[in-house]
Design a protein around this ligand. Structure first.
Ligand code: NDP
Ligand code: MG
Length: 384
């Protein structure tokens, strides 16, 4: 029986993880849940899964939830509540499904407490990849990817010598604006950016998929999770989203991982690894697949890809700055204070102003994060 904590249980990944867990009552037990604000849904999850502890990072909401529940479930509040949760002896695995940079400290705490981490969040890794790798090594903990491309690469690499990798092909659906021209891109409104053609996800990652920054982040995620240099990571547009990524070896052999487009599949494998469990979800039907297509990404129309490579080559605090500038820009876009097409321009402006710190420690990373957030706000204010 694996005893699981889900941080970010009310989000898209969190809910999918709970659906997987529900199918295997003899394999997985939910011992803790964490959410930020959606206490209505959290209340339902508590009733269904009966966890021992729950943390609500919004402290007011934590109090409201406490009033509604009996004493059986212990309710914690704030980031310090998450810290306390991570110390729990009866947690084996933490599913990290908090969105954005807020996941950094919970990830570090989970690793420091020697928990196995099933990692959906990518922003924390982008911010502090080398530091997190080092911490995971020091604490002898395993980070298992949930992100579908990373899960694919990981599965293709099982039992392989990573020195024999020639290239990694990161597949990308291309998002809702694949093939759009410059004029069309100029007129994009929020509703269009929030409509992903293949995946149903939280708002932030959906916008990131539309700008293709999500794929940019995955370049960095791949570098850090598998210790692969950016030169060997290639992006392939594959609109059908059936091949979730591929690994090419030095002998010309390519391994690919395929499945239906459903996040519950990589989530289940992350939880059950190394075992494979029967899925309650759908199987791929080749007779219904007419064809699989592949094209090159358009770096001119989607400059976020170049910005991510630039951050990858610069290293140090550059990826952290990339993430912070993007995070602020997406929020401003969703508040109608920044045009979709201006998102990469703003991020580039912030990166231009940054002197990256090499081999950053946690303090350097948090400083760069804050600095970049302030710079981004300034640039956006000037634009308005
Ligand atoms: P959602 O926006 O759907 O969910 C985010 C979760 O994080 C919610 O439970 C939310 O709580 C919680 N949260 C928000 N702010 C805070 C905070 N300040 N402190 C603690 N918790 C907080 O996101 P997704 O599920 O789509 O994505 C989660 C992560 O997984 C992201 O990093 C994303 O890039 C990654 N990912 C997602 C995929 C997907 O299919 N959705 C695919 C691959 C990766 P509440 O709702 O209660 O406020
Ligand atoms: Mg992905």
């Amino acid at each position: 029986m694996k005893r699981i904590a889900i941080l970010g249980s009310t989000g898209s990944i969190g809910q999918n993880a709970l659906e997987v867990i529900k199918n295997f009552p003899d394999k997985f037990r939910v011992v803790a849940l964490g959410a930020h604000s959606n206490i209505e849904l959290l209340y339902q999850q508590i009733k269904t899964f009966n966890p021992e502890k729950v943390c609500v990072t919004d402290k007011q909401k934590a109090l409201s939830l406490k009033r509604r529940l009996n004493a059986q479930t212990k309710i914690l509040g704030g980031l310090e509540g998450i810290e306390e949760l991570c110390k729990e002896k009866n947690i084996d695995t933490v599913v990290l499904a908090i969105c954005g940079s807020m996941a950094l400290m919970p990830l570090i705490k989970a690793i420091e407490n020697k928990k196995e981490v099933c990692l959906a969040n990518k922003e924390a890794l982008v911010m502090a990849g080398p530091l997190i790798r080092q911490k995971a090594r020091d604490n002898k903990t395993r980070i298992i990817p949930i992100d579908s491309e990373q899960s694919a690469i990981w599965q293709c690499l099982v039992g392989q010598d990573s020195n024999k990798v020639k290239n990694i092909y990161l597949t990308a659906s291309g998002g809702p604006f694949l093939g759009w021209n410059k004029k069309q891109l100029k007129g994009i409104v929020i509703r269009q950016a929030l409509k992903h053609p293949r995946w149903k996800m939280g708002k932030k990652i959906t916008v990131d998929s539309a700008t293709m920054m999500n794929k940019g982040f995955e370049i960095l995620e791949t570098m850090y999770l598998f210790n692969i240099v950016a030169d060997k990571i290639k992006i392939v547009i594959h609109p059908e989203s059936i091949i979730h990524s591929m690994v090419e070896f030095v002998d010309g052999i390519i391994m690919a991982q395929l499945s239906v487009t459903d996040m519950r599949i990589p989530i289940q494998y992350a939880l059950s690894f190394p075992e494979r469990l029967n899925t309650a979800f759908s199987f791929l039907d080749f007779s219904k697949l007419k064809f699989l297509s592949f094209t090159k990404p358009d770096f001119k129309r989607f400059p976020c890809l170049d910005l991510a490579y630039r951050a990858a080559y610069t290293g140090g605090t550059a990826p952290c700055v990339l993430n912070a500038a993007n995070e602020v820009s997406v929020v401003e876009f969703l508040k109608k204070r920044l045009k979709f097409i201006s998102i990469p321009k703003v991020i580039e402006g912030v990166m231009d102003r940054h002197n990256a710190v090499k081999n950053p420690n946690l303090e350097d990373i948090l400083d760069a994060h804050l600095w970049a957030r302030i710079q981004t706000q300034r640039i956006i204010e000037k634009l308005n």
